[in-house]
Design a protein around this ligand. Sequence first.
Ligand code: NAP
Length: 322
Amino acid sequence: MNRDYEVLIVGGGPAGLAAGLYTARARRKTLLLERGIHGGQIAITGLVENYPGFPDGIEGPELAERMLQQATKFGMEIEYAEVPTLRLEGALKVLSTDYGEYGAPVVILAGGSDHTKLGVPGEAELTGKGVSYCATCDGAFFKDQEVAVVGGGDSALDEGLFLTKFASRLTIIHRRDALRASKILQERALAHPQLRFIWDTVVEEVLGHDQVTGLRLRNLKSGLRSEFTCQGVFVYIGLRPNTGYLRGLVKLDDQGYIITDEVMETGVPGLYAAGDIRHNAARQLASAVGDGVTAAIQAERYLAELAAGVAGQKAQAPAGGH
Ligand code: NAP
């Protein structure tokens, strides 16, 4: 087991990168483990308009790159590996990866969340063949084609507006007749000449063999079923936390988000959670960064207490939950 590090961070989104910046600047030997691409959700987002300091906005991937550069400049290390398990050995937290085990007194869980799937026939089979969860990655494949976006939240409208650059016609399919997204996105989407909406409607099946050819829809008010012809479908119906491997170790809410106190402590001394993975998180870039910073500051205090021999005197939170 590699015990070289004082702080291990799981997840290289804004929360993890902000935490790494702070622990590295506190001169704590820090390793961040990321299973995919650094930047988390912002790495697959177009223009970010609501992060303070960028009045003209900034492209998500560029911001992700800058955050990584800033943290590594101060000494944070990054390794691209999946973390399938976490176990506790006294004060030591042990993370397993494909490349071996790492043990450290502090772990900051910042693994974010994945896109929820529709769970309908055809979706899994046609993923990558017209079904996508990433407009930034796949939008260009649908130039001059008919595309549907499923969902009514910020992601659906943000990404739907982005996709108008490529698609000839874009239809947002939402299960209610009122959008969940922020008002400014609603105004833009409702006024956009290329966007149309199908309300009160769910997708029952994604149609096609080697490629998406359409969707089978059901109107929830009338019960009527119809077929909608399209070549692409982007699914943005919410997020699901990456916490399956934490069950029994930390307290999770009904949906699997980690319950923390206001300073990101999970109840296990030295184990913190930050960003979208956390119960009641605002799920905004700026709040994820704030969570990461708070977790890092608490971690620094914990490491100082550990060195002084006074850490871990707080009551241990009950493991279990979900
Ligand atoms: P969300 O806010 O949870 O919205 C999910 C949408 O999908 C809702 O409209 C929901 O309908 C619909 N939905 C859920 N399950 C469905 C199902 N099985 N079938 C059909 N429709 C379904 O998720 P999100 O848009 O991914 O956003 C996640 C978080 O990230 C939010 O907190 C959001 O504010 C944040 N975010 C912010 C920005 C930004 O600030 N620009 C951009 C992206 C995301 P109902 O409305 O009926 O529940």
